[in-house]
Design a binder for this molecule. Structure first.
Ligand code: ACG
Length: 455
């Protein structure tokens, strides 16, 4: 199975307003099918004020700029008809500060006040977010509320059973409507503040327990529901969530390969593969991925197209469910800035001129300019392009679908070559990748520059 992450506004425009929508995704189905995508993960599609959509105003309605609920259903029907599953992004940790629950809370409604977290006497209001020093407590007319992702998205209080009930209602609504599953946004943040002791703290067990409840609810309606968690943390923590939910993004894979390729040493790949891909008990499925909307794009980190082909070869010959961030298969660029994430959300370039049916152009282009070789049009014409190489690797992966439930054995590396056996106990292949731009050798096997060998 191959996953593909889409930012709806940037993908395919069906009504000529320059912005993508649900029906646009339905219209792009041939591209997705030809590429070999089996599952799309849509970034948030709910009613929300921001461009990114992670601050929701109504969990039971769509963002009208993307289309109506009926159009959402039409898109699902078209994708399903073409064998593609639809997975929605589910940010349950917080809501928009414009959500009616929060508005009622600010007015002092005691029922809704208890939907959120408010500072107590012992709260350290100066405490900052541990990874980037941003504030987590926010003032409003003399009251302080908790919002780990900023003042415009207050965190929900999941110690209130009514809030848990609401979350389950949301899950039920969308599964009944026909989605195939979820990407659980910010999965480790549901319980991440110790209100008694007045400080930030991840309660991983409580979080996992919460997601288990969510899964149970979804499975009541759809026993084969798919879920993948976003837990951006050390691999050993990620695995605990993955074991319960079934599947988790393997952030270390993306980070380790990017770093190894940039520094010309397979050391990180060795460490990553050993820690994240060797578990033969198959208690969970890892999701390795090219990048996502919270990161600098692959092509802005790894300049060489030949080296990026090796990245995709690694992605398609390692265990789990590989995910591609839209446009990474074309070599789209974009540098991540946490205060302005639009740089990594640029319009998907269908045409060399950035003009034609379906082309979105809702923002000024900062990275993926016309006639720079990254469009579908240009990439399709060149036989050895990144896009055509990615398609070949996806086709290879589909011939070896057992790799989803496989693990790695006998990992060996030299400075530039990584070799391993991928197996599910019945099938197995020995694979070698040379991440360097010159000839290399491992265990007596010679590899050309940036070559992958399947033995
Ligand atoms: C999700 C979405 C993101 C979204 C939100 C909020 C959450 O993908 O687009 O923001 O709905 C943290 C969170 C993630 C969050 C990212 C953006 N992503 O945990 O859930 O921030 C460290 C921390 C991580 C942190 C990461 C960020 O531990 O928790 O992710 O840094 O860089 C190794 C370490 C690992 C370390 C990394 C990186 O891997 O093991 O611990 O991670 O290195 O150093 C959206 C918007 C925001 C808006 C919000 C409401 O994008 O602008 O404010 O919505």
């Amino acid at each position: 199975m191959i996953g593909y992450e889409i930012y709806i506004r940037s993908f395919y425009d069906s009504d000529n307003d320059g912005a993508g929508e649900f029906l646009g995704i339905a219209n792009s189905v041939n591209y997705l099918k030809n590429l070999g995508v089996d599952l799309v993960w849509l970034m948030p599609h709910f009613k929300a004020p921001s461009y990114h959509g992670y601050d929701i105003i109504d969990f039971f309605d769509t963002n009208k700029a993307y289309g109506s609920l009926e159009e959402f259903k039409t898109m699902i029907a078209v994708l399903h008809k073409n064998g593609i599953k639809v997975v929605i992004d589910l940010p349950l940790n917080h809501v928009s500060s414009r959500h009616p629950w929060f508005k009622a809370a600010l007015k002092g409604d005691p029922e809704f006040k208890d939907y959120f977290l408010w500072a107590r006497d012992n709260t350290n209001l100066d405490e900052k977010r541990h990874w980037d020093n941003e504030p987590i407590w926010h003032p409003y007319k003399g009251q302080w509320y908790y919002g780990v992702f900023g003042g415009s998205s207050p965190d929900l209080n999941y110690d209130n059973p009514k809030v848990v009930e609401k979350a389950l209602e949301i899950v039920e609504f969308w599964v009944k409507l026909g989605v195939d599953g979820f990407r659980f946004d910010a999965a480790k943040h549901i319980y991440d503040y110790d209100i008694e002791n007045g400080k930030f703290h991840y309660f991983h067990d409580k979080n996992i327990n919460f997601w288990q409840k969510v899964m149970n609810k979804a499975k009541e309606i759809k026993p084969d529901v798919f879920a993948v968690t976003e837990v951006w943390d050390d691999p050993e923590i990620v695995v605990e969530y993955a074991k319960t939910i079934g599947c988790s993004f393997n952030f270390y894979f993306t980070e380790a390969i990017r770093e190894s390729m940039n520094h010309g040493s397979t050391y990180k790949i060795m460490d990553c593969f050993t820690r994240t891909l060797t578990d033969n008990r198959r208690l969970y499925i890892p999701s390795n991925f090219t990048g996502n909307h919270d990161m600098t794009r692959l092509a802005s980190i790894i300049q060489s197209e030949e080296q990026r082909k090796v990245f995709f070869a690694l992605l398609m010959t390692t265990p789990g469910i590989p995910f591609i961030y839209y446009g990474d298969e074309l070599g789209m660029k974009g540098i991540y800035d946490s205060h302005f994430t639009e740089h990594v959300l640029e319009p998907f370039p269908w045409y060399a001129s950035l003009s034609g049916e379906g082309q979105t152009l809702w923002k000024s282009i900062g990275f993926n300019h016309a006639f720079t070789g990254v469009s579908v049009e240009e990439q399709s014409l060149r036989e050895d392009s990144l896009l055509n190489t990615v398609k070949k690797w996806i086709a290879f992966r589909k011939e070896h679908s057992w790799m989803t439930n496989a693990w790695l054995e006998d990992i060996r590396t030299s400075q530039f070559v990584v070799g391993y056996t991928i197996t599910d106990g019945k099938n197995s292949l020995r694979i070698l990748h040379n991440i360097a731009g010159h000839e290399e050798e491992l265990d007596g096997i010679r590899l050309k520059a940036y070559e992958t060998k399947v033995l």
